[in-house]
Write a protein that binds this ligand. Structure first.
Ligand SMILES: OC[C@H]1O[C@H](O[C@H]2O[C@H](CO)[C@@H](O)[C@H](O)[C@H]2O)[C@H](O)[C@@H](O)[C@@H]1O
Length: 433
């Protein structure tokens, strides 16, 4: 038997031991179909394991970056708590996640994970968590608006110059139509700035991760392009400080041409905002010099007992990581009227389990998957880059830079980047990255 000190504890959870676990990121009431499926999964899982109680905790969005760290520091997290890839390193370093290495055998699918995804939750040879979703960014666009604007929906823009031209034509449709939208609040401006600078071949930090690298020609190009679209072309609308839900609402209402996003935007557009998935397509990231890869998953409270950790691993294995079950039960999702066929998640890579997952998804697909093909075909060709160290801190700093460019006609890009560099270098130095 092991106790978290490096030994293995492969014994199954004793069926006579009653265990109750709280689990984060249960779908909110506004995500009705996903919530129904979660509750069905809990019922089926508890039937298989009558000694385990899974108590989901919902929130929308699952993470508010402004309160996440305080919640964590205050010990208010669930036994099995939801995280973005960006936070895992810092949480492990701060001792805020349990070492689950001795119990990892409770997850049957763990050995099948793509090593690149598995690595996000490991440190010093120890395992701390399991992934739920992973994605890479591309260009989300409205095929119907492309047609209305006289653009060919089969030929979405491939460069930032083309994005600018197409955005002009789409916003010329008038009636509040926006050509291109960008986020600039709740750290999402920084997250998209990182995506855009990668697309231009730039970097957020130096190779050793110790200093920032975004005050660069590529960083300037990202901001200049936004400035030109916002103020010279007036193709970005006047409402700013947008976050993902605002932009998804505009897209679902048929009022937006393009924005940067991951494939799971189709799920939000259809499930939450009643959009029609035949309206949407996905192209590779403009510029295609690189794209941001991210995702989310679950860590365990450092206070969780071995029994809770075992039960939590069994639940995640059942609901998140087994082809044909839980979030990977595509046949059920299609029956529930949810969009099926988006190329996400990609948890298993090219192995047999990955192939099985992709096959099940293809068999149940109910959305025009051809509309996502340009993005999918580029997947292996566009270099994927993970998010930088101290990502969320850097994103907060860059949010205000993007905000300034989108709200002030006279924003001084050089000055904004120089100030942000100073603040972000200090943040990296403080964290000892
Ligand atoms: O707040 C910005 C953060 O958002 C990311 O996650 C969101 O986008 C994902 C892709 O569409 C989606 O799967 C997830 O549910 C959203 O919350 C991202 O992963 C973070 O690192 C980023 O800072």
């Amino acid at each position: 038997g092991g106790n978290g000190s490096g030994g293995k504890d492969t014994a199954p959870l004793d069926a006579g031991t009653k265990v109750s676990i709280t689990v984060g990121c249960m779908p909110a009431k506004s995500q009705a179909a996903q919530r129904k499926e979660w509750l069905e999964d809990v019922a089926a899982f508890q039937k298989l394991h009558p000694n385990i109680t899974v108590e989901g905790k919902d929130a929308f969005p699952c993470i508010d970056p402004n309160t996440f760290q305080a919640k964590l520091a205050g010990g208010q997290m669930e036994d099995v708590y939801y995280v973005y890839f960006t936070d895992v390193r810092g949480i492990i370093a701060n001792g805020q996640a349990a070492d689950i290495t001795p119990y990892i055998g409770q997850s049957k699918e763990y050995p099948n994970l793509d090593p690149a995804v598995e690595k996000v939750f490991k440190n010093g040879g120890k395992v701390y968590g399991l992934p739920r979703q992973n994605y890479s960014m591309g260009l989300f666009y409205n095929r119907t608006l492309f047609k209305k604007a006289g653009l060919d929906p089969e030929r979405p823009p491939t460069t930032w110059a083309e994005v600018r031209e197409d955005a002009k034509k789409i916003s010329a449709l008038g009636d509040g139509t926006v050509g291109y939208a960008e986020f600039s609040a709740k750290n999402q401006g920084g997250w998209h700035f990182a995506t855009s600078i990668y697309s231009q071949g730039g970097d957020m930090v130096t190779a050793d991760g110790k200093k920032t690298a975004f005050n660069s020609p590529q960083g300037k190009a990202v901001l200049q392009n936004l400035k030109d679209m916002r103020w010279t072309d007036d193709s970005m609308g006047s409402k700013q400080l947008l976050v993902d839900a605002d932009v998804q609402r505009m897209m679902a209402a048929g009022k937006l041409g393009m924005y940067l996003g991951a494939p799971d935007n189709a799920t939000a557009l259809v499930d939450q905002f009643k959009g029609k998935y035949e309206d949407y397509g996905m192209a590779p990231i403009p510029g295609s010099a690189g794209t941001l890869m991210g995702g989310d998953g679950y860590l365990f409270s450092p206070k969780a007992s071995p029994e809770k950790i075992k039960a939590g691993l069994m639940w995640l294995d059942y609901a998140m990581l087994t082809p044909g079950q839980g979030q990977l039960n595509y046949a059920r999702a299609a029956k529930d009227g949810r969009p099926v066929g988006i190329p996400q998640p990609k948890l298993f890579g090219q192995n047999a389990v990955g192939q099985q997952d992709r096959q099940l998804r293809a068999d149940a697909a109910n959305l025009p998957v051809a509309n996502f093909k340009p993005y999918e075909d580029a997947y292996g060709k566009v270099p994927g880059k993970l998010e930088p160290p101290q990502a969320q801190q850097l994103y907060t700093i860059l949010d205000s830079v993007v905000q300034a460019v989108l709200t002030r006609r006279d924003a001084n890009i050089d000055q904004l980047l120089a100030d942000a560099q100073k603040k972000a270098d200090a943040a990296l130095a403080r964290s000892g990255s």
